[in-house]
Design a protein around this ligand. Structure first.
Ligand code: PLP
Length: 393
């Protein structure tokens, strides 16, 4: 069967591929340490499970409005006010099947053929694919490692063309853990406003920050910024709820409304039970999130110190998310490999440590390590990586 052109260039998620390989080795009885995971290793908090169970028992197992139940939309509006000082109405919010589907729906609504979306590189693997699926063109701009993986205003300005529809800002970032300051966001945002470019602000890691820096949503800088921004967020990372599939988008209602119409024909609605679970997540205190952040923060410090001690590996210390994105190019060369992909493959085969080559994120000198596993496993992983590098000197 001849398939549609749109899937011919689709690349499978790099993160899922390495996780599958690691699982295969594990099932063969190997002691594999997986640093590829993109989800918190904590259980969804008990009070959220209870709310979901109650929702089921109370019969909330039917279709809901396409854009989400009014109570959850209101809870999201309240969350924006509380956490970000942002005033939205429920017409300016859509609840989606994970943040991923919020982004997918947004690009479907926004882009015509060959419309350009600026994607800072390294990027989260799904951005370029989703833009392409909407017939748009991802325009990659290198957020240089020497610049802390941040895009500069000059770079952004130079890349804007009459076809530029949007720019993606992901702070804190997956895979680098980088965060923009208010000043930096202001400068980038000014350029977007000047050229009427929509800002897509993916804030899914908002709650996972390990420095004293406060999360800044670019939309909170000014009212004109807010009018030019679509915020993407969700409960997957903040409440250890990846499997529940609840995300959302907030922004001008003339974009949210067609997104809701599109969702009504694609998903119908996000799972009813999961929506009640998310409602509980946003209606209760943030203790579980704080605890999770505390544990991640300790792991980050431990793994970072162990990694930079390995010859040929350097690393910009992340401020948020739960990944390290070290540059291993020197080690790759010293160890006699042609590419980071080969180096990572050999590391998995010889030492049974699974990490994700940066190639999938548009950064072929780096690898991504997730620290969503125990401290003991992280220490053992670092020991094995060090041994691998030494053995290949
Ligand atoms: N955006 C970024 C940067 C992510 O890393 C992820 C998940 O890995 C998502 C969005 C999607 O999150 P969700 O589970 O809500 O679809």
């Amino acid at each position: 069967m001849e398939l549609a052109n749109r899937v011919k260039t689709l690349t499978p998620s790099a993160t899922l591929a390495i996780t599958a390989k690691a699982k295969e080795l594990k099932s063969q009885g190997h002691d594999v340490i997986g640093l590829g995971v993109g989800e918190p290793d904590f259980n969804t908090p008990e009070y959220i499970l209870e709310a979901a169970e109650k929702a089921m028992r109370n019969g909330f197992t039917k279709y809901t409005p396409a854009g989400g139940i009014p109570e959850l939309k209101q809870a999201i509006v309240n969350k924006f006010k509380r956490d970000n000082g942002l005033e939205y109405t429920t017409d300016e919010v859509i609840v989606t099947t994970g943040a991923k589907h919020a982004l997918y729906t947004l690009f479907q609504v926004l882009l015509n053929k060959d419309d350009e979306v600026i994607v800072p590189r390294p990027y989260w693997v799904s951005y370029p694919e989703q833009v392409k699926l909407a017939e748009g063109k991802p325009i990659f701009l290198e957020a240089k490692e020497q610049n802390g993986f941040k895009l500069t205003p000059e770079q952004l300005k130079a890349a804007i063309t009459p076809r530029t529809k949007a720019v993606i800002i992901n702070s804190p970032s997956n895979p680098t853990g980088m965060m923009y300051t208010r000043q930096e966001l202001q400068e980038l945002g000014n350029i977007c406003l000047e050229h009427n470019v929509l800002i897509v602000s993916d804030e899914i890691y908002e709650k996972l920050i390990y420095t004293d820096d406060k999360h800044i949503s670019i939309a909170e800088i000014s009212e004109p910024f807010k009018k030019h921004t679509i915020i993407i967020n969700g409960v997957s990372k903040s409440h250890a709820m990846t499997g529940w599939r609840i995300g959302y988008a907030a922004g001008p209602s003339d974009i949210i409304k067609p997104m809701t119409s599109l969702a009504s024909h694609s998903t119908s609605n996000p799972t009813s039970i999961a929506q009640y679970a998310a409602l509980a997540a946003y209606s209760t205190n943030e203790e579980p999130t704080k605890e999770m952040r505390h544990i991640f923060s300790e792991r980050l410090d431990i793994l970072y110190d162990l990694l930079i001690d390995i010859q040929g590996i350097s690393c910009v210390k992340p401020k948020g998310a739960f990944y390290l994105f070290p540059n291993v190019q020197e080690a790759v060369i010293q160890n006699g490999f042609d590419s980071v992909d080969e180096w990572a493959k050999a590391l998995l085969e010889e030492e049974k440590v699974a990490l994700v080559p940066g190639t999938g994120f548009g950064a072929p000198e780096n690898v991504r390590l997730s620290y969503a596993i125990s401290v003991d496993a992280l220490k053992e992983a670092a020991k094995r990586i060090k041994r691998f590098v030494m053995n290949h000197q």
